[in-house]
Design a protein around this ligand. Structure first.
Ligand SMILES: [Zn+2]
Length: 100
C-alpha cells in the first residue's frame, strides 16, 4: 500500500485492504471510522468522496468529535448513498484510497 494511505477498497475484487502498520497506531475511534469509510465504498457503493463526514477523502476525525457526532456521521454516511446513487459500472473500476 502507498505510503500515507490507511486503507483502500478494490471494487473489482470487492475487497477492503487496511494498512496494518497504520492501523495499529490508530485510536479505536479512528480504526472504526477507517473501516466505515471503506465499507462506504465497497458495501454501500459510494464511489465518490464527500467534502465532510465519513466519506471525506483524507484524514480521520478527532476521536472525541467522532464519538460526540457519531449519530450525525452515520446518518450522513447512509444518506450519501441515496443522494449519490451511482449505479455500478464495471467500465469505471477504480481504487479509492484514504490517506493521512
Ligand atoms: Zn475513500
Amino acid at each position: 500500500m502507498d505510503k500515507g494511505v490507511y486503507g483502500a477498497c478494490y471494487y473489482y475484487l470487492n475487497e477492503i485492504v487496511i494498512d496494518k502498520e497504520s492501523f495499529i497506531k490508530l485510536s479505536h475511534e479512528n480504526r472504526e471510522e477507517l473501516v466505515w469509510h471503506e465499507f462506504g465504498h465497497c458495501a454501500l457503493k459510494i464511489y465518490r468522496h464527500t467534502a465532510t463526514g465519513i466519506m471525506k477523502p483524507a484524514g480521520l476525525h478527532d476521536p472525541v468529535y467522532y464519538r460526540i457526532f457519531y449519530s450525525f456521521l452515520m446518518n450522513d454516511l447512509f444518506q450519501s448513498r441515496v443522494y449519490i446513487n451511482i449505479q455500478y459500472d464495471p467500465s469505471k473500476y477504480m481504487l479509492l484510497k484514504r490517506g493521512i
